[in-house]
Design a protein around this ligand. Structure first.
Ligand SMILES: NC(=O)c1ccc[n+]([C@@H]2O[C@H](COP(=O)([O-])OP(=O)(O)OC[C@H]3O[C@@H](n4cnc5c(N)ncnc54)[C@H](O)[C@@H]3O)[C@@H](O)[C@H]2O)c1
Length: 367
């Protein structure tokens, strides 16, 4: 039987899921059962999947078209109730990252997955990277460093009602630099550290260069119970673009591009990413095919994200340290590209190396 797949949250990033559904339907691997979005879209012949049944409420979609698989791509703080309804309706789930926004919600969702016997794959697509698999296979020890330096104009923070916020209606939403755009890097670093990795100490320095509630420049040092450290420096306020790397044991994975340098080798492209929906379909057909991003694999990410979002508000970096972006649209922090690289390489936080705008790190607790 051809699996019937539906999508809840068809706008925003949901457009990329619509393209995937269209492609898989064209290949005959799925039938598209329906789309749902709170915003009713008018007919648009240029949009993927124009003309499939459309609903403005996911419960009506579930009751009407009875999908086998549902992709959820709505804002993070809306995920849990929709996911519970999908599981209760007997469908399997591809749930966008972050799966939920607290450890309590994570436990509730995991219990529902268990009791319904359904599947839940989480949208960390970088876990399907062949380059990541090659790095994990190399089994390298030692501290892990992560950095990235990107630019987002101020308009990025007007893209959605939850953009630039830490809370909506008193509930966490994940839009800080590390919990949203760089979430894939953090998730990959946790997978490299391994399933037994347990943080004993989390030290956070969170900054903002603009008028937002959340952080756009973030440093985190995690010390595991085994002493292994993961140190992260990421920013969305850099005029110099660094795609970003995860460094461990003399190796480096350029995580957005899947280029990998193993110890003693050159940086080479390791092409190949298994799509998460394809992997979920393969696993449904043959349980011997492992799920790449099952919910349980993301529990530590959720716990760390919750701790970051619930920490004290980010420190503002004063305008005197900033400069206009060469193309306009906002400010940049000159030299931040070198700093994030240095932090990842040394494991030292900005406050420990005399960065003038740095404040003291916060100690985070996981719940
Ligand atoms: N995997 C990735 O690389 C990646 C990239 C971008 C976004 N995301 C994730 O995708 C999700 C959506 O992000 P976005 O930026 O598209 O958000 P968004 O705010 O643009 O929302 C997406 C759509 O969901 C709809 N929606 C909101 N609440 C709904 C509800 N209750 N029922 C039905 N539809 C509803 C909105 O109308 C909108 O069209 C988030 O979890 C985000 O973190 C993942």
């Amino acid at each position: 039987m051809t699996p019937r797949v539906a999508l809840v949250g068809a706008g925003g990033h949901g457009l990329s899921h619509r393209r995937t559904l269209q492609r898989l339907a064209d290949e005959g691997r799925i039938a598209v059962a329906g789309l749902c979005d709170r915003q009713p879209f008018g007919p648009d012949p240029s949009a993927p999947l124009d003309g499939v049944p459309f609903f403005t409420d996911h419960t009506t979609l579930l009751a009407t078209v009875h999908p086998d698989v549902v992709v959820i791509c709505t804002p993070p703080h809306t995920h849990l109730p929709i996911a519970l309804d999908v599981l209760a309706a007997g469908a399997d789930l591809l749930l966008e990252k972050p799966p939920v926004t607290s450890s309590g919600e994570h436990r509730e969702l995991a219990a529902a997955v268990e009791s319904t016997g359904r599947l839940c794959q989480v949208g960390f697509q970088a876990l399907g990277s062949a380059a990541l698999a090659a790095l994990i296979a190399a089994d390298l020890a030692g501290p892990i460093g992560v950095f990235g330096a990107w630019w987002r104009p101020d308009t990025y923070y007007t893209r959605a009602p939850w953009a630039g916020r830490r809370l909506v209606d008193g509930r966490p939403v994940f839009d800080g630099a590390l919990v949203n755009p760089f979430a894939h890097a953090l998730m990959q670093a946790l997978v490299i550290a391994g399933p037994a990795y347990r943080p004993a100490l989390l030290e956070l320095e969170a900054y903002r260069t603009r008028d937002i509630a959340t952080d756009d420049t973030t440093f985190l040092r995690v010390t595991g119970a085994d002493g292994r450290q993961i140190t992260v420096g990421v920013t969305l306020a850099s005029a110099v673009f660094l795609a970003g790397e995860i460094q461990v044991g003399g190796a480096a994975l350029e995580y957005p591009t899947d280029r990998l340098r193993l110890p003693g080798s050159d940086l080479i492209a390791v092409p190949g990413r298994t799509g998460l929906l394809e992997n979920l379909l393969d696993h449904r057909a043959d349980p011997a095919v492992p799920l790449l991003a099952p919910l349980r694999r993301t529990a530590l990410f959720t716990a760390m994200g919750e701790a970051i979002v619930r920490s004290a508000p980010p420190l503002e970096i004063a305008p005197k340290w900033l400069a206009p972006h060469p193309s306009g649209g906002g400010s940049v922090l000159p030299g931040i590209d070198e700093l994030v690289r240095q932090v990842a390489a040394t494991g030292e936080l900005p406050s420990e190396i005399g960065v003038p705008w740095a404040g003291r790190p916060q100690l985070l607790r996981l719940s």
